[in-house]
Design a protein around this ligand. Structure first.
Ligand SMILES: Nc1nc2c(ncn2[C@@H]2O[C@H](COP(=O)(O)OP(=O)(O)OP(=O)(O)O)[C@@H](O)[C@H]2O)c(=O)[nH]1
Ligand SMILES: [Mg+2]
Length: 358
């Protein structure tokens, strides 16, 4: 199964600054000669990989990128300033193609790797360049050239940051359709979801994450019952699991029982997965009057002896879902920070080892 996040953007390098024609004019210096300077180079555009980003969702909001133009040249042989380069941050793993030619432009596989995608235009020449013994007063100068203009497609294989666990009908697909643009099928019967869906949750510019909805799990899942187990492997690279529970199921199964069944299946399936950070999400709180729902949630938490984070949500009224998403973003940012520190430390260690060899 292959999930991709895609975005198309247009990049335009800055125009080169024009050269100018000007002449030295000073008191007591007749025939001062040409002194028009060159324009500055147009700014180029680079894509740069950033390990703190993990989706392309922001490129759906801003699609056009233009680097700064070079400044025109000036008299006294002054060159115009070069246009500033523009750096666009993309997630590590982004593949870049030219939409018009279908050419592969490059892929960004390492943190801080850069890829030139639109070169700024060449500067124009000032008239000083056109002076010769035959022409001492050249009025010629050239214009700056336009920068490259390209339509790019960005593509990223998505890895889920957050996985949803739960019995069939708990409301997993409803949750991702509430918090992301994904629109998986939602229906009031078990086993609605037959294959995983990924949704991209955007909290703010630079904070977005991917949430995976997989088919519901049932007792015996780790031995192959139901559908969920073949998809559990999709959750192995997630940083956080949400365990969704329907607090008032139609079949009147005890919610505590259903949490324990899934926790047990998880343990049997993989130690790695069951050892992951798991948050309890008590869903469908709108089905009961508020005080009853509150009392029931408290009772579930107490009977489970649950000490980790707990959220009470309703995907119908959206109560609790924003708080949950904000807390997830915070937790993932913290995980990323820790991982960066470890990576930086490992990098330093490598350097130290290299130094030892020399
Ligand atoms: N009242 C209420 N109904 C909900 C809520 N969340 C989901 N539902 C309903 O519960 C039913 C099941 O929702 P789904 O999102 O399809 O459940 P699922 O966990 O994805 O189920 P499977 O794909 O079968 O594993 C649907 O009829 C939803 O409308 C909620 O917060 N409150
Ligand atoms: Mg579903």
């Amino acid at each position: 199964m292959h999930f991709v996040d895609e975005a198309n953007i247009q990049v335009v390098g800055g125009r080169g600054g024009n050269g100018v024609a000007s002449f030295r004019r000073e008191k007591f210096i007749p025939f001062g000669g040409p002194n028009g300077g060159d324009g500055g180079e147009g700014g180029s555009i680079y894509l740069q990989a950033d390990r703190n980003l993990n989706t392309l969702v922001d490129f759906r909001f801003i699609r056009d990128y233009k680097a700064q133009n070079g400044q025109a040249g000036m008299g006294q042989q002054k060159t115009g300033c070069a246009g500033e380069e523009l750096i666009i941050h993309v997630p590590v793993g982004t593949i870049v193609r030219d939409v018009d030619t279908d050419e592969f432009v490059g892929d960004l596989v390492e943190h801080e790797q850069r890829l030139l995608v639109a070169k700024g235009g060449l500067h124009g020449l000032g008239n000083v360049h056109f002076k010769s013994s035959r022409n001492r007063t050249p009025r010629q100068c050239t214009l700056g050239e336009p920068g490259d203009e390209r339509n790019l497609s960005l593509e990223l294989s998505l890895l889920a940051d957050v996985g949803l666990l739960g019995m069939p009908n708990a409301g997993k697909s409803s949750l991702i359709s509430t918090v992301s643009a994904a629109r998986p099928k939602v229906a009031n019967y078990p086993f609605t979801t037959l294959y995983p869906n990924l949704g991209v949750v955007r909290i703010s510019t630079e904070a977005s994450f991917v949430i995976a909805d997989i088919p519901g799990l049932i007792e015996g899942a780790s031995d192959g019952a139901g559908l969920g187990v073949q998809f559990l492997k999709h959750l192995s690279r997630t940083g956080l699991l949400l365990h969704l529970v329907d607090i008032a199921p139609m079949d009147e199964v005890d919610p505590v029982e259903s949490v324990l069944i899934i926790a047990n299946e998880l343990e049997k399936y993989s130690e790695e997965l069951s050892g992951k950070e798991r948050w309890l999400v008590l869903n469908k709180t709108d089905l009961l009057p508020p005080d009853e729902a509150e009392a029931l949630c408290d009772e579930i938490i107490e009977r489970l002896n649950w000490t980790g984070p707990v959220y009470r949500t309703s995907t119908v009224t959206r109560s609790g879902t924003d708080d949950l998403m904000n807390d997830i973003a915070e937790q993932l940012a913290q995980n990323q920070k820790d991982a960066n520190e470890i990576a930086d430390l490992a990098g330093k260690k490598d350097l130290a080892v290299d130094a030892d060899f020399e």
